[in-house]
Ligand binder design. Sequence first.
Ligand code: URA
Length: 431
Amino acid sequence: MNMIDIISKKRDNLTLTKEEIEFFINGYVKGLIPDYQVSSLLMAIFLNGLNDEETIYLTDSMLHSGEVMDLSKIEGIKADKHSTGGVGDKVSLVLGPIIASFGVKLAKMSGRGLGHTGGTLDKLESIPGFNINISGTRFINQVNTIGLAIVGQTQNLVPADKLLYALRDVTATVDSIPLIASSIMSKKLASGADIIVLDVKVGSGAFMKNIDDALKLSNLMVKIGKKFNKHVSCIITDMDEPLGLAIGNNLEVIEAVNTLKGNGPKDLLEVTMKIAAKILIKAKLYKTEKDANEAILEHINNGTALKKLKDMIAAQDGDNSPIFDTNLFPKSKYIYEVKSKKKGYITHMDALKLGVASMHMGAGRLKKEDPINFNVGIVLNKKTNDYVNINDTLCYLHMDKIDEDMIKEVYDAYTFGDKKVEFKTIFEEVD
Ligand code: URA
């Protein structure tokens, strides 16, 4: 078997065998196959696709390219959640404490943000002292005692994805449904949870630009989950506008804390409750979504969910006093109000443009090694379908330096019109 034959086969739109897919993944991880050949195969896959069977073989090979987590020492039901990436997406910070307050365990490995999308690890590290690098034994003990832990991915979890993702990023081959499905599912399966809920984002700030593609990706990931005997469900949610109001690391933690205190934005609560209810029903704690929702709201109102967040922060060496009083979080030097120059309804706010603007302000990274400013970002004051008059505040920019280019970049993300538009936060569910 050799790589040239495998590339030519996919170039000619033929089906690869399990052995050929294993050969390419194992060879690449061992450093036996050069980047240029893998790039060429990735482009052939991008153009000609993979059928479901090939995607399952690819997921399996990637999953076994490194360590597979053994969560058997964690008692009870383990759940996991993943989002395909978005702007202002702080759902994990709200969801983890909620499900842990019901006794469902969340042993989560998260990633950092890159480009316009934020990462849960960066948000957590904006909490003074928070440690995302705890040992495997400490991780398991923490989940057994508190019910949740969120840490960085171990270096050896699905090394094939780390290599392939970096190569896809620079060869214009990220936006391929089978490549995204195998990338996400190999990591989720290697993380060892029993119940997995995937939040597939659709819109300007997401990889999936339309619902048809989001449905294809969701159906494929649910199918892969079944093959590996896991409960996988997907929800398809909007990422045309950012989720919630805050974009930027400690600003998003503050919003997550407020949501756990019962004062969160409606869309963030809606997505979080949908995922939490699915997990609680799959864990057989509730029979209907209505019952699960009532119980979730009770755990928010009586403070049991928030207590789990405080416990997790303390267990991971963080200072949880800003959770009691969010004014204690460090702040940016300036808060600049962006005012509307028009009157009318906001008909679109481009999540991609707002994500890029907040990255340019220092809240995100262009390259993996770039530093992050935890205190800067954007807090939205108006969202899609809100009516604004001239000079109404659209959003607040938390900046260390007033920069006219960034103010313009943010303003350009808004479109105004004289009628409301159709808008939904959650589009579909796929089980
Ligand atoms: N998220 C992933 O983990 N992988 C992809 O390929 C795309 C989004």
